[in-house]
Design a protein around this ligand. Sequence first.
Ligand SMILES: CC(C)(COP(=O)(O)OP(=O)(O)OC[C@H]1O[C@@H](n2cnc3c(N)ncnc32)[C@H](O)[C@@H]1OP(=O)(O)O)[C@@H](O)C(=O)NCCC(=O)NCCS
Length: 392
Amino acid sequence: MLQVETRIAADPADLEALAPIQAWAFGTNTARALARLNNAAAGTVRVACVGGVVLGGLIEIPMGQWFGGQSVPMLGIAGVAIAAEARAQGLALALLRDALRSARARGLWLSTLYPATYSLYRKAGYELAGSHCRVTLQLRQLPRGVRPLNIESLGPAGDAAAEALYRELSRQRPGYLDRGDYVWDRVRNPQLEAARGVAAVGAQGIEGYVYARVSTPPNRAMEVVLSDFVSAGPRAFQTLLAFLADHSTTAERVIWYGGLSDARLLGLPERVAQVAVEDYWMLRLVDVKRALLARAYPEADVAIELSVEDAFLPENTGQYPLRVRAGVAHYEAYAGSLRARLSVGALAALYSGFMSPRELQLAGQLDADASAQRALALLFAASPAPALADYF
Ligand SMILES: CC(C)(COP(=O)(O)OP(=O)(O)OC[C@H]1O[C@@H](n2cnc3c(N)ncnc32)[C@H](O)[C@@H]1OP(=O)(O)O)[C@@H](O)C(=O)NCCC(=O)NCCS
């Protein structure tokens, strides 16, 4: 067994050692990989070393994720890469274990990532927990619409208003990010290039906005790609749609990302959009007790004791007597409690609302009688279905 040490990258030499490993892993060049690593705020790149030599790393992104209308502190993980010659020796798992333990010590109760492989992350206690959908709108099939609101460029002064609007709307979408600086930077500078911010503005201020860039992929027509698209109501949506439709002489389509269903679908006049699941993201409860207490629940009165098994972080294995009253969870033993047994991974799929108790039971991943299943269904149901608009 290799003696693997991991640490937060302390000086530029660590990043310079990791950059070619990331470049090889993700098929890019070293300069671009280094730019991405340098972009991660200081202290958020973790490297794995054997005998003092850097052989892999990942990016740690602290932020929040909305569940039940509450922002739960979460560690996003990105760019997991191990040197090709050092793979299959447990380095990735060592990195993940240390990243998760340090997250727990810093008060981050969840962790979320986009998996290139399920088996690695399942071993680390993650499970599928929501979708990331690509919406493609055929611009040339859109009528040139009306603009009930004004279109204005979002200058730096508008950034704070855009952030406030995003926060207000995203909190009601299970799984959406309570973004931190890292993700806002990706929204405003996708592909390491500035996006154009455009807002729909009414008498009371910004009612919606997009961050957009234009791109012409090889052998494809020009497209407008939105790294963010927020509208607080039909007027903002119509206005922004009209703004996008005015690109139809040169651009064929507009692309944005989000969940399978949201209010925008009802604002489209015709069958002009295709929605496809681009990816599923995975979630892990880093600290089971704190994660269960930190989210909000529906207004129900439920007492259920969860028996959770966590082979990767055994400190989580144990009994969790959960009592929910008026949407707030308490940690409290109760004689008449219902009971359920599941792994920490199955709990992640349940927690986000991605899997119902019945589906988990069909997958052989939940041991609970019918009453316990009904109670869990009540507590963890998510609407709309859990989704992420952002990729990180
Ligand atoms: C994926 C990657 C990070 C794994 O790193 P690693 O150090 O070799 O992984 P580990 O040795 O810790 O593997 C632990 C477990 O993960 C799973 N796993 C690792 N590599 C895998 C692969 N290529 N395919 C499927 N499962 C894999 C296995 O279950 C493995 O356990 P096992 O060895 O008992 O079978 C590495 O192959 C890599 O850098 N790939 C290119 C970049 C990439 O895909 N990154 C992931 C981005 S989300």
